[in-house]
Design a protein around this ligand. Structure first.
Ligand code: RIB
Length: 312
C-alpha cells in the first residue's frame, strides 16, 4: 500500500493551478488619469480574470488536464468565473465558495493595448493551506503545480513545499512581485517573471535581463524564465542561458497575456516537453492572446497555437 506522499508522487500529466480568481472590470481610456483628475472612458466591460484562473484556463485550452484550486464569493462574479473555467475545460471541483465578495480587478486599458490594474482580493484572501490539502483528488493526478501571488504567501509557500517534496514540478509566477526567500525559490522549476518582477524578487532592479536570470539561478531556483515582451523570453537552467524570440503581432489588449504564457508553459512541461520547447509554445499562445480583448476570453485552443508555430 502506498503512503500519501508516494500516492501524490505517482504522476500522470495533470496541471494543478493554485491562485486567484477575479472579475475584471475594464474601461478603455485614451490615457491614464493623473492624481486628482477625472477622465471619461468607454462603457464598462466585465471579463473573467485573476492570474490563477487565467493560468488554469490557458493550461486547459492548451490541452492539459487542469484543476483550479481557489475561492470566489456567492455572487454573480463568482458564477461568471466558475462558468468560464468550466467552459475552458478546467475541473472546478476545488473552487470554493465563501461568504465574502469575489475578487475584482479594476483595469484601465490604453490604446497601445497596455493596462494598469488594481486588485481587490475579496475571497482570494481566504485561500489557505487547509484548502490546498482538501483538494486531494487534484493532487493525486498532479505532475505540475502552478502558483502565483494574488493569494496569501504562506499558502503559496506551503503548496510549493508539498509539491516539491512529492515530485510535482513547481511553476511559480511571482506576480504581483515581492522579495522571495530561498525557501520558496528552491522549488521553482521554473520561476516565471517579467523583467520588472525579476528585479523585485531579487532585490536589485538595476540589472540587465541576463544578470537577473543568473542572479535568480544563484538565489536557488532550478530554472528561470524572464519574459521580455516584444523581445521574447530568456530561459536559464543548468544548460545555461538562451533567448527565445517573440512573434511579431499587433497588440490590442495585453491583459492576461502573461498568464496565457504561464498556463501554456505548464501544459507543455506536464506533457514532457523541454523548457525551451515549452517556452516556444507559450510564446505563440500569448502572441495570440494579445490580439484579442480580455484575459481568458483571448485564449485560443491548441490547434490555433500550433498553426502559428508552423509559420515560424
Ligand atoms: O494578469 C492579468 C490579471 O491580473 C487580470 O485578469 C486581473 O484579474 C489581475 O489578476
Amino acid at each position: 500500500m502506498m503512503t500519501a506522499e508516494e500516492e501524490v508522487g505517482k504522476m500522470s500529466n495533470g496541471v494543478v493551478v493554485l491562485g486567484s480568481a477575479n472579475a475584471d472590470l475594464v474601461v478603455e481610456v485614451e490615457r491614464r488619469p493623473g492624481a486628482g483628475e477625472t477622465l471619461l472612458g468607454s462603457d464598462l466591460r466585465v471579463h473573467p480574470g485573476g492570474k490563477g484562473a487565467n493560468q488554469a484556463a490557458a493550461a486547459a485550452r492548451a490541452g492539459a488536464e487542469t484543476t483550479f484550486i481557489g475561492r470566489v464569493g456567492d455572487d454573480d462574479y463568482g458564477r461568471l468565473l466558475r462558468d468560464a473555467l468550466a467552459d475552458a475545460g478546467v475541473d472546478v471541483s476545488a473552487l470554493g465558495i465563501g461568504d465574502g465578495p469575489t475578487g475584482t480587478a479594476l483595469i484601465l486599458l490604453t490604446p497601445d493595448g497596455e493596462n494598469s490594474i488594481v486588485v481587490s482580493p475579496g475571497e482570494n484572501r481566504e485561500v489557505c493551506t487547509a484548502i490546498v490539502d482538501a483538494a486531494a483528488e487534484a493532487w493525486r493526478d498532479a505532475s505540475v503545480l502552478v502558483a502565483s501571488m494574488e493569494i496569501p504567501e504562506e499558502t503559496v509557500a506551503y503548496a510549493l513545499e508539498r509539491a516539491g517534496r512529492t515530485g510535482v514540478r513547481v511553476v511559480l509566477n511571482a506576480a504581483p512581485a515581492r522579495r522571495l526567500e530561498h525557501s520558496i525559490l528552491r522549488w521553482c522549476d521554473p520561476l516565471i517573471v517579467n523583467e520588472h518582477e525579476a528585479g523585485i524578487v531579487l532585490g536589485n532592479e538595476s540589472l540587465a535581463p541576463e544578470d537577473l536570470a543568473r542572479g535568480l539561478r544563484e538565489a536557488g531556483t532550478r530554472s528561470v524564465i524572464i519574459t521580455l515582451g516584444v523581445a521574447g523570453a530568456l530561459v536559464a537552467d543548468s544548460d545555461g542561458l538562451r533567448s527565445i524570440p517573440a512573434h511579431v503581432v499587433r497588440a490590442v489588449d495585453t491583459t492576461g497575456a502573461g498568464d496565457a504564457f504561464v498556463g501554456a508553459t505548464a501544459c507543455e512541461l506536464a506533457n514532457g516537453a523541454s523548457l525551451t520547447d515549452a517556452v516556444r509554445f507559450a510564446t505563440a499562445m500569448s502572441a495570440i492572446a494579445v490580439q484579442h480583448a480580455g484575459a481568458q476570453s483571448s485564449y485560443r485552443d491548441r490547434a490555433e497555437v500550433e498553426e502559428l508555430l508552423t509559420w515560424d
